[in-house]
Design a protein around this ligand. Structure first.
Ligand SMILES: CC(C)(COP(=O)(O)OP(=O)(O)OC[C@H]1O[C@@H](n2cnc3c(N)ncnc32)[C@H](O)[C@@H]1OP(=O)(O)O)[C@@H](O)C(=O)NCCC(=O)NCCS
Length: 210
């Protein structure tokens, strides 16, 4: 069992296990997405600090690094409380059990939608980690009957991030003025979307009994 997974007694009123986003997703080969839990604070800290030079330009939260282990445990505790209540899930990307980055599914784009976020550990850039994680998260999102569309948003200057939705068949639906939250951002958000219909066309299911 996952550390922290036996906490059903702490489900807040109004949420149920069925409301929660997945906490464990097995990918191809040795790739696993797993919700961060408090005992991961040290390994998460190591992955973030190893990668801080390429995270700072794009990830607003990187401005608050380095966090102490105590602060990081508290932050993971916050993520856990939100997830237990049916909110966002913040996950590690693990390859052969080692932290290769982070990703998540977020409710911030309104009803029927989930937004995907990701970052990759610096030693594993350009190995397909973010693309694989985003593919698994897209699949997990569409496994929920209430999800009609999945989006990926990135600042226009973040060319590396643009490669992921493009590879997965997302469509660039709009560019909107946004706050400059991280040092290298232009303040122009590129919003990519994949609808359930498009996903089903890309991944047709065999007919029942086939
Ligand atoms: C963006 C980021 C997550 C990409 O991670 P990654 O695991 O290296 O990405 P992938 O290997 O899956 O790359 C997929 C495609 O994206 C594009 N891409 C990735 N890195 C790129 C780079 N440095 N320059 C140009 N294109 C790039 C390419 O098209 C690539 O496909 P290819 O390698 O076959 O040419 C990583 O650079 C990162 O962690 N950046 C900092 C955090 C961040 O910006 N997160 C996203 C915020 S919106």
């Amino acid at each position: 069992m996952l550390p922290g997974a036996n906490e059903t007694q702490r489900i807040p009123y109004g949420s149920s296990v069925a409301d929660r986003l997945p906490e464990l997703i097995h990918g191809p080969g040795a790739l696993v997405l797993r919700r961060w839990v408090r005992v991961d604070a040290e390994i998460l800290g190591e992955a973030v600090m190893e990668s801080i030079e390429h995270l700072r330009p794009w990830m607003p939260w990187a401005a608050h690094e380095p966090l102490s282990v105590v602060e990081r445990r508290a932050l993971i505790g916050e993520w856990e409380r939100h997830w237990l209540a049916g909110g966002d899930v913040v996950m590690g990307i693990f390859v052969n059990g080692s932290a290769a980055g982070g990703c998540g599914l977020h409710h911030r784009i309104g009803h029927g939608g989930l937004e995907i976020g990701y970052w990759t550990r610096s030693s594993l850039l350009r190995c397909g980690i973010a693309t694989s994680a985003a593919r698994l998260l897209t699949e997990a999102a569409f496994a929920r009957a209430d999800i009609t569309h999945v989006e990926i948003h990135h600042d226009k200057a973040n060319a590396a991030s643009a490669g992921i939705p493009a590879k997965l068949g997302f469509e660039l639906i709009r560019e909107v003025r946004d706050r400059r939250d991280a040092p290298s951002e232009l303040g122009l958000s590129c919003e990519w979307q994949l609808t359930r219909e498009h996903w089903d066309r890309l991944h047709p299911r065999p007919p029942p009994g086939a």
